[in-house]
Design a protein around this ligand. Structure first.
Ligand SMILES: Cc1cc2nc3c(=O)[nH]c(=O)nc-3n(C[C@H](O)[C@H](O)[C@H](O)COP(=O)(O)OP(=O)(O)OC[C@H]3O[C@@H](n4cnc5c(N)ncnc54)[C@H](O)[C@@H]3O)c2cc1C
Length: 467
């Protein structure tokens, strides 16, 4: 009997995995494969924090598969070559995968599909990552959506809580010698010298089991206060599911199903669902606009007078801008590989507006440092903050990080945690320590005066406003 090859990608789980489920159900012996595709052309290979996550997620998947009697095969290289080598080596009659949506991945997968079919190998692809395929949702006029509210109205009103697929009890496996596999350790996905991943290890448990635990503890804990508390970075009231969702250790369908008995009219429920909806919308945008990660969707921004400044960019990356909420967010990111959404909005706005740095510079830094770095979500949100997306905050609305801090971190708990230089500063001064008669000498003074930075950003915007 011909083998069924399951190509795992961003679906590193065994439950509710349509490709894996179909392969197992086919009755053919199943060979699970992961390819570290560092060679397909494209500029968005996983960054440092993502590679750390991937190491542990693959280790967990390998163990989970072993418990079902299957061995995960690992290969590195251009998937357009490696996949065919493995198909030949194991004698696969069919290949199964769940779809990815990054432009380079869709192009690559299309090429692979055609070539496999041409050689007589069956190909089965599935939706394992989204509640709805980006091309399956259109406005009344039949066009893709560009604005979130009508998109989400159209999607959410038609969503059913489809029961997720259970993980199989066992996997029909190949008899005889196992196919060749590389070793995960030899991929060196973990940082060596320096080992900057201590904070990541303290904070995260990559893998399907970790993802399910995270969802369970969120739903039985912070969920009830999600609507009010989600904006307060010191309160840890969000789900922290983003890296698990990115790597497909949990599916949005499993999340949706877990909410099946919750009152859809309760604010915490609808708010949480709509955040999951933003993830869907970002993928809808990336599918419509493959240039989303690189180019302004609003073309007038092509002439925007950014003032690239290496020193300012570095100060922002290191959390040394002298603006407490910005520095707290950037240090949280560096230490944990994650940043609270409110802090992401404030740090991003500060970079793009007060510092006038191109949004792509911030997007790159987030790409390398976030454990949840996701091409669709990252790009769509940076374009949203910069004001150059289809459904974006207007450029002239500039977050004031002091006002944001007073509103969402009134006692400075988040700031004091991440910026220890300010621990002894009274709460009333912690958002603007430069106004104190004797500010702590160890903390930098602002690299840019907030009022001047704001005025400069507005002036820059004036130059393209009527373009
Ligand atoms: C500049 C900027 C860059 C960002 N980059 C990323 C990124 O690379 N990867 C990423 O997953 N999110 C990104 N986000 C969105 C958001 O900040 C994170 O998804 C969220 O903070 C993750 O925490 P959580 O899982 O606790 O979220 P929750 O509040 O618990 O939300 C549940 C899930 O909904 C999705 N979600 C929530 N907010 C958004 C949003 N604004 N856009 C898209 N999906 C959302 C995520 O998958 C999240 O896990 C970015 C936001 C900004 C402002």
């Amino acid at each position: 009997m011909k083998l069924a090859l399951v190509w795992f990608r961003q679906d590193l789980r065994l439950s509710d995995n349509p490709a894996f489920d179909a392969a197992v159900r086919s009755g053919a012996p199943v060979v699970p494969l992961f390819i570290l595709d560092d060679e397909t052309p494209g500029d968005w290979r996983p960054g440092g924090a993502s590679r750390w996550w991937l190491h542990f997620s693959l280790a967990a998947l390998k163990d989970d598969l072993a418990r079902l009697g299957a061995r995960l095969i690992l290969h590195r290289g251009d998937a357009r070559r490696v996949l065919f080598d493995v198909v030949r080596e194991v004698g696969a009659g069919a290949v199964y995968w769940n779809r990815c949506y990054e432009p380079f991945a869709t192009k690559r997968d299309e090429e692979i599909k055609e070539a496999l079919k041409a050689q007589g190998t069956e190909v089965n692809s599935f939706n394992g990552s989204l509640l709805i395929e980006p091309w399956d949702v259109t406005s009344k006029s039949g066009k893709p959506f560009r604005v979130f509210a009508p998109f989400w109205k159209a999607v959410s009103s038609n969503l059913k809580a489809v029961p997720p697929l259970p993980a199989p009890d066992n996997v029909p496996s190949q008899q005889g010698a196992a196919p060749h596999s590389e070793s995960l350790e030899d991929w060196h996905l973990l940082p060596q010298t320096p080992d900057w991943a201590g904070g990541l290890r303290e904070n995260w448990s990559p893998g399907e089991v970790g993802a399910k635990k995270m969802l369970k503890s969120f739903l039985s804990g912070a969920f009830g206060q999600y609507a009010e508390a989600r904006d307060h970075p010191s309160q840890e009231r969000t789900s922290r599911l983003s890296p698990h969702l990115h790597w497909g250790e949990i599916s949005p369908r499993q999340i949706w199903h877990a909410l099946r008995n919750a009152d859809p009219n309760a604010e915490h429920v609808s708010k949480f669902q709509s955040e999951v909806g933003w993830r869907e919308f970002s993928h809808h945008l990336l599918w419509q606009f493959p240039e989303l990660p690189e180019r302004n969707l609003r073309q007038e921004f092509d002439d925007f007078p950014w003032t690239e400044n290496e020193a300012h960019l570095t100060a922002w990356q290191k959390g040394e801008t002298g603006i407490p909420l910005v520095d707290a967010g950037m240090r949280e990111l560096w230490h944990t590989g994650w940043m609270h959404n409110r802090a992401r909005m404030v740090t991003a706005s500060y970079l793009v507006k007060h510092l006038l740095q191109p949004w792509q510079a911030g997007e790159r830094w987030f790409w390398d440092t976030l454990v949840d770095a996701d091409l669709a979500n990252n790009a769509a949100n940076w374009q949203w903050v910069a004001g150059c997306g289809t459904d974006a905050a207007p450029y002239f609305r500039i977050f004031n990080p002091v006002v944001q801090g007073k509103k969402f971190d009134p006692d400075g708990v988040y700031i004091k945690y991440w910026v220890p230089e300010l621990r002894d500063v009274p709460a009333k001064s912690v958002h603007a320590p430069w106004e104190m008669t004797s500010p702590p000498s160890t903390y930098p003074t602002p690299i840019v005066d907030l009022a001047k930075g704001r005025a400069r950003a507005l002036a820059a915007f004036e130059t393209i406003k009527n373009a």
